[in-house]
Each structure stands twice: as C-alpha cells, then as structure tokens.
Design a protein around this ligand. Structure first.
Ligand SMILES: [Zn+2]
Length: 292
C-alpha cells in the first residue's frame, strides 16, 4: 500500500508566517500545529524545491520522473573520528544507562495510525533496503506529555499522522515508542545524501523507510519560534548517547549517518533540533568508543 509521508508537530519555525496564532498551550497547541503542518505540507505538493548551495559532492541526481531526490549539499557530520577515551567515569555511567535501556526499557504504546511497516519495495516496484541506517535528531518544542498524547491519539488523516522511535525527556528518561523495525512517521518530504524512498509519487520521497527518529524534549524557554534556546540537559546527552549506542550496536549505523531533521527536510522549513551541542555528543560517543 502506498502511503503519504508525514510531518511531525514541530518545530514551530515551519509556521513562521502564522506564529502569531500560536498562543494556546498543551495538546491543543500540538493539535493546531499538526493541522497547520499538514496543510502546509500538502500545499507544497509537487512544487518542492531545495534551498541552499549546490551539491558539493558527486550527489547529482537526475530528473527521472521523481525517482531521485533533488540535488542538495551532502551532510557534513560535526562528529569527528577519535579512539581516545578520555573520561572513564562517564564511560561507565553511559554503559550503565545502555544496560538499563536494554533490561528495563520504558515503553509507551503509539496508536497504530501513527506508524507503519517498513517498505521492501517502493512505489515503482523497485526493491528497497528497509534496514535502519540513518538516525534523525528532533526536538519536541512542547513538553513530553503533549508529544506522547499526540502519538497515542488516533489520526485517521494521513497528514496528521506522526511518530518517533524514542523521546528523551529533560530529566534524561528515555521513552521508547516504536520498535526500530517499525517505520516511524518522523519526517515528511526528505532526503539524505541523495537517498530517499518514494512510497507515494504524488508527494515525493522520504527518509522514513531507512531512518530511526529520536526527539529531545525542548526546554521551557524553547516553546516559541525563536532560532535557539538554552539547550538540552547533560542527562539528555547522556541518554541520547546510550540510545545511539544501542541502535548502532543493532544496525549498520555509522556516526556520519547521525543527522538532523533540519538537514534532511526538503521543504527548508524545519530547524530542529535547535541549539544542539554536537561537542556534548562527540564526547559521549567518543568515551563509548563509537567514534573509533
Ligand atoms: Zn523534527
């Protein structure tokens, strides 16, 4: 079954022109953003075009009837290779978090309308590899409870359907929403280094079929349309590193395939996760030996 791709309920910068309307709070606001995001996405239709400079690599997809994504700059990972383990105490702490993720996962059930199975063939009948090999980082903009409420709510309309594989609260709690084998609806029209999977030719392709999505709870001062906020907590970076270690241990995910929603979004309207500290992630992944 072909299925449109989906937009998550954030970040607010997608709604720049309508930010003044975002004055209600809580799940009502999430609902409003969802609807607005969906409408914005549909409205773009086939008119999507990339923004930014020309590609800097050999990534030069041709127009072959919408089977390849538009040309975009290649992702340049801020993570640097390193085999130096500099903080043994942190390493032990992160390993304990990883063990807890595996032995005592905290799970929340997502409504079945908000996710799907990974496709093994695209809309053109071509075989596609459904193995997760890309991680996309997001932020919730609003609180964890609002996000969970949204994912647990049935959404019969395609444009409202949304999910991630995991959420990480400000206090570091990891909420596992979907098994990595499932296809989360975390990004709409999107591509990564010239790769996407088209499941509905009318709406272009998406990275969802080969991606894992994780979203960080935004601090209170980020519940707005601003370009940045005070950033994520140390506990969030710890938990993110542990979660990534789990996923990288289970799937062929290279560090350079950890990216952002902003980087994969073809609409040029997503900016999350804002104020992300790559150095904080670098240190933790390095101490776990994952950048060696
Ligand atoms: Zn996002």
């Amino acid at each position: 079954m072909n299925q449109p791709e989906h937009q998550p309920p954030h970040p607010p910068r997608i709604h720049t022109g309508r930010a003044g309307a975002l004055v209600i709070t809580g799940s009502l606001l999430i609902g409003a953003v969802l609807v607005m995001g969906g409408l914005g996405w549909i409205g773009r239709g086939g008119a999507l075009s990339p923004t930014g400079p020309s590609p800097t690599t050999a990534e030069t997809p041709r127009d072959n009837g919408g089977r390849l994504p538009p040309a975009r700059p290649a992702w340049v990972s801020p993570l640097q290779p390193s085999c130096s383990i500099q903080d043994l105490a942190q390493r032990q702490h992160l390993q304990a978090l990883l063990a807890a993720l595996r032995t005592a996962p905290k799970r929340v059930r997502v409504d079945p309308t908000n996710f799907g199975e990974r496709f093994r063939r695209d809309a053109f009948g071509q075989a596609v590899d459904p193995t997760p090999r890309l991680v996309v980082l997001h932020e919730t903009v609003y609180g964890l409870r609002s996000a969970i409420h949204t994912f647990r709510t049935p959404h019969p309309n395609d444009e409202d359907q949304v999910s991630y594989h995991a959420l990480i609260g400000e206090d570091g709690q990891v909420i596992q929403l979907l098994d990595p084998s499932k296809r989360a609806f975390g990004a709409g029209n999107s591509a990564f280094n010239g790769q996407w999977v088209v499941t509905n030719p009318k709406v272009g392709g998406s990275i969802n079929n080969f991606a894992l999505h994780v979203s960080l709870e935004t601090p209170l001062d980020g519940e707005n349309n601003n370009p940045g906020h005070s950033g994520y907590s140390s506990a969030q970076y710890d938990s993110l590193a542990a979660l990534l270690a789990d996923w990288m241990g289970r799937y062929p995910i290279e560090p350079e395939n950890i990216t952002t929603h902003q980087a994969v979004d073809l609409g040029g309207e997503r900016s999350d996760p804002r104020s992300f500290n790559w150095q904080a992630l670098q240190e933790r992944l390095q101490n776990l030996g994952l950048l060696c």
